[in-house]
Design a protein around this ligand. Structure first.
Ligand code: ADP
Ligand code: MG
Length: 618
């Protein structure tokens, strides 16, 4: 077949553009990326060979070979891993397969410095070769295939594919170095880079020098080495390799479990929030090994989805090597491992929260919303998770735990109060909080979409009910907030009449009208009835078209508010009846606006508002 020229997918084109003009100070990381890929390719073939030994039989010692040619100014990285056929080359080295990554690429700003940083977080992978090379060729032969293929590109928009020549299976990547990158031809420099970034790679990485092979790395699975012998740098580079990431680990959990099940685990919590945390096709980043052999990087059973930010590996001593996808799904060993991992990770997080609360706050900011899914999904872990959950509350700006909240509860306060909405800042201004603020009763501000669900599932904490301040009636009278008695606290004489007039005027639009205990500043607010859905859940369901009717609200009037008192004084005067009717609608619309709801009849609202303003001026 003749050579064929193909275009890079648009996102790859942009990525390459950034890489080629990158401001990376450490271009040397390209070698780490190529070795990481070579190692993955060997892992995958080793796994396939468990069931098809003939695939690896002719060349059973997996390794990565680096060679430099000073005259030609080329550097090659070869492996005897699984290799790629023509189609693999086109998809793997021409597109970004995962739509999460592609979507992320669309968000790049065009600002080189910012984009470089962003991309660094998820790792540039293969394309980093173009940081040091102006031409790259990849010759690869897939294990079991007779034909090799060659991929060539200068990284500027397109690549060529042609038939190639290769002895045996695997992949050879040849970089033609750019001017000024000659350091990557020097043996000692290459040896230093491999030791710095790739020492943890579990197979030999060798340098070809005068026809002789020199092994540069320790070539033993990092996770089996004792903790005391592993440097932070080695952990970090392993994290980058295992997680396909470019940032730093925030927490490293490395242990060996012995007992009914035996396994090594080396897990990390990332320093930054992965861009695809909420994307359905994100990678599973905890890889499964069985006795040092890579088995799968698609094993969602290993960690619950509410710990999906974990990266790393688990190496089981008990599973059979030929364990299949199906076997993993309901496997007792996997279930035990999962239990062990969760317990260990939660206890490490707990320690962090105790010992380094500021660091933990950063973690909670990034991953709290994910961890809270566990409260909803995993009954067994509710207690430990409730202990780990931090909240914004009306008590200052800091994070609080539920224990902190309970310690601050007022005498006579029986429930833990919360309000939920789209952002914590906006929530602080909700009128429904006024009465609580006046009493000094603290309210949790819940602003993650998952909050409404776990709150409903959990129900209480240490025997104290979790109660929404926007749902049902509240009786704050039993709570002793130590407040002074308000001289205007007595309800005005016409209040009952006003409530009746409003009820009549709004009978098609609200479920009820009543005097409120929750308000001190605002004239009115809306609340949901006790048995109805919380207003925010309902709004969310409506947005997702899971609900098309809205339950009617209850309009609450503040008997202490000057406007309400004045309106109460108008009750019974026939000539004021139209004013009261207009005011009823106007105040209902006002309450809707504060709630973030859309007005059913904005024109009528505008007309009534103008009328009221006019009367005020007259
Ligand atoms: P990642 O390693 O995060 O998947 P890369 O850009 O590093 O991303 O590599 C893209 C893909 O190209 C890999 O997922 C793999 O399928 C393929 N690939 C790269 N290098 C090799 C190699 N040496 N052998 C086999 N496949 C490779
Ligand atoms: Mg890679």
């Amino acid at each position: 077949m003749a050579e064929e020229t193909l275009h890079f997918q648009a996102e790859v084109g942009r990525l390459l553009d950034i890489v080629a003009h990158s401001l990376y100070s450490d271009k040397e990381i390209f070698l780490r990326e190529l070795i990481s890929n070579a190692s993955d390719a060997c892992d995958r073939l080793r796994y396939l060979a468990l069931t098809r030994p003939e695939l690896a039989a002719d060349d059973p010692n997996f390794k990565v070979v680096i060679a430099a040619d000073a005259k030609a100014r080329t550097l090659t990285v070869s492996d005897n891993g699984i290799g790629m056929n023509r189609e693999d080359l086109v998809t793997n080295l021409g597109t970004i397969a995962r739509s999460g990554t592609a979507a992320f690429m669309k968000d790049l700003t065009g600002d080189a410095a910012k984009d470089t940083k962003l991309i660094g977080q998820f790792g540039v992978g293969f394309y980093s070769a173009f940081m040091v090379a102006d031409k790259v060729s990849v010759t690869s032969r897939r294990a079991g295939d007779a034909q090799a293929w060659r991929w060539m590109s200068d990284g500027k928009g397109d690549f060529a594919i042609a038939e190639g020549e290769r002895d045996g299976r695997g992949t050879t990547i040849e970089l033609h170095l750019r001017d000024g990158e000659d350091e990557f031809l020097q043996s000692e420099r290459l040896a230093e880079i491999v030791r710095r970034y790739s020492d943890h790679i579990a197979l030999p990485v060798v340098l070809l020098e005068n026809g002789k092979e020199r092994t540069l790395n320790a070539a033993a699975a990092l996770w089996t080495r004792p903790k005391s012998e592993i440097t932070e740098q080695q952990y970090r580079e392993f994290y980058r390799h295992a997680g396909h990431l470019g940032d730093e680990p925030w927490l490293t959990v490395h242990f060996k479990a012995e007992g009914t099940v035996e396994y090594h685990a080396l897990l990390f919590v990332p320093q930054t929030r992965p861009f695809d945390l909420f994307h359905p096709d994100r990678r599973h980043n905890v890889k499964l090994y069985v006795r040092r052999v890579f088995i799968s990087d698609d094993c969602p059973e290993l960690v619950p989805s509410w710990l999906r930010f974990l990266k790393g590996i688990v190496d089981s001593e008990d599973l059979p090597l030929n364990v299949s996808r199906e076997m993993l799904q309901k496997n007792a060993v996997v279930t035990k491992i999962r239990k062990g991992l969760v317990t260990r990770v939660l206890s490490e997080l707990d320690k962090k929260a105790e010992k380094a609360p500021e660091e933990y706050a950063g973690f909670w900011e990034r991953f709290g919303a994910v961890l809270k899914e566990g409260l909803y999904e995993d009954r067994e872990r509710q207690e430990s998770l409730l202990k780990l959950a931090w909240f914004r509350t009306t008590h200052g700006e800091n994070w609080s735990s539920l224990a902190d909240y309970v310690a601050r509860m007022k005498p006579g306060q029986e429930a833990i109060y919360f309000i939920s909405g789209d952002d914590a800042k906006g929530l602080r201004k909700s009128p429904q909080l006024e009465g609580f603020a006046a009493k000094g009763v603290e309210v949790l501000l819940l602003s993650d979409p998952i909050d409404d669900f776990w709150v409903a599932a959990v129900g209480e904490y240490e025997g104290k009910r979790l109660r929404s301040v926007t749902q049902g009636g509240v009786d704050l009278s039993k709570i002793d907030g130590g407040e002074k008695k308000d001289e205007q606290a007595d309800p005005p004489a016409g209040l009952a009449g006003l409530v009746a007039v409003f009820k009549l005027a709004l009978k098609d639009e609200v479920k009820d009208v009543r005097a409120s205990e929750r308000l001190t500043e605002s004239a009115v607010c809306l609340v949901a009835d006790q048995g109805d859905l919380d207003m925010r859940i309902e709004r969310m369901l409506r947005q997702h078209r899971q609900l098309d009717t809205a339950a009617k609200r209850i309009l609450e009037l503040n008997p202490r508010h000057a406007l309400v008192r004045k309106l109460a004084g108008l009750v019974g005067k026939t000539e004021e009846a139209p004013t009261l009717d207009a005011m009823a609608h106007l105040l209902l619309d006002q309450a809707r606006i504060v709630e973030g709801e859309t007005l059913p009849d904005p024109a009528a609202f505008a007309r009534r508002l103008s009328g009221a303003l006019e009367r005020g001026l007259a």
